[in-house]
Design a protein around this ligand. Structure first.
Ligand code: LIP
Length: 256
């Protein structure tokens, strides 16, 4: 955790300097509406440098650089240097660095850091989840009609719009509110913090959710793939307390 915190703080200072400087960030497209900028690349290189210096053998899977193998085949950092790139480039201060640590097939630690608000979330398997030293606990609401549920929306070039419309039609009338914030790691951190009662999204990448999965579990919640598999492999995730997770999965699964 100390290694992760130190690395995230340095990369976070770099993101903070770059925030609001879009014209100097050489923004380009990786695919339709899939932006990357110098800010993402700089932050990822800093994280790679610091994390591999502290743990030389570990592998490193980053959103921008892909997989960089290490001698230690059992440990891998799973890193999104800038989750919520679109928010960042539009001056919306809701973005994060997300670092997960996997040992063999188990996620053992996570860090999510929003440099704009300086909220630092840390979680370690079996030791709990915290934001700025306050312990996190998922919300206890049991009925969907009391719940605020977060989601992701497909956008230009990515996702199944018809499926998303079926999901919206099924859920919108049943919940107290739906939210789309634009940063998957923070959506999961907010579920862990009990701010959102639940969350689902499809077509995500491992770096969007590796850290967040540890948070939901350590805050007493349930997180899985919509169809029951491993969300890290499928990218289709649903999270909440045990009851809300079950209710959401039951509604979403037949719409898959
Ligand atoms: C983004 C997510 C966002 C999701 C987008 C995208 P990026 O990550 O966190 O919530 O809806 O599809 O994957 O690309 O900004 O790191």
């Amino acid at each position: 955790i100390n290694v992760m915190v130190k690395a995230a703080r340095r990369a976070g200072r770099s993101l903070k300097r770059d925030f609001g400087e879009v014209e100097n960030l050489q923004v380009s497209l990786k695919g339709p509406a899939n932006f990357v900028s110098l800010a993402d690349k700089r932050a990822e290189e800093m994280l790679y440098e610091d994390l591999t210096k502290a743990r030389p053998g570990y592998g490193f899977l980053g959103e921008e650089g892909g997989i960089r193998e290490g001698a230690d085949k059992s440990h891998t950092w799973i890193v999104d240097p800038l989750d919520g790139t679109t928010n960042f480039l539009h001056g919306i201060p809701h973005f994060a660095i997300s670092i997960g640590l996997q040992r063999d097939d188990t996620l053992i630690a996570g860090l999510i850091y929003n440099p704009a608000t300086e909220d630092l979330y840390i979680a370690e398997r079996g030791k709990g989840a915290f934001v700025n030293d306050h312990r996190l606990r998922v919300a206890g609401r049991r009925e969907l009609h009391d719940c605020v549920i977060a989601c992701g929306l497909p956008h230009l070039g990515r996702g199944d719009f018809a499926q998303n419309q079926r999901e919206m039609a099924a859920l919108q009338p049943k919940v107290a509110g739906l939210r789309r914030m634009g940063t998957a790691s923070l959506d999961l951190a907010f579920v862990a913090a009990g701010r959102f009662d639940g969350y689902w999204e499809r077509n995500l990448s491992p770096w969007d959710i590796a850290a967040g999965i540890v948070f939901v579990r350590e805050a007493g919640g349930t997180v899985g793939d919509i169809n029951g598999g491993d969300p890290l492999k499928t990218g289709d995730i649903v999270a909440g307390n045990e009851i809300i997770h079950g209710t959401l999965a039951k509604i979403l699964k037949p719409l898959s």
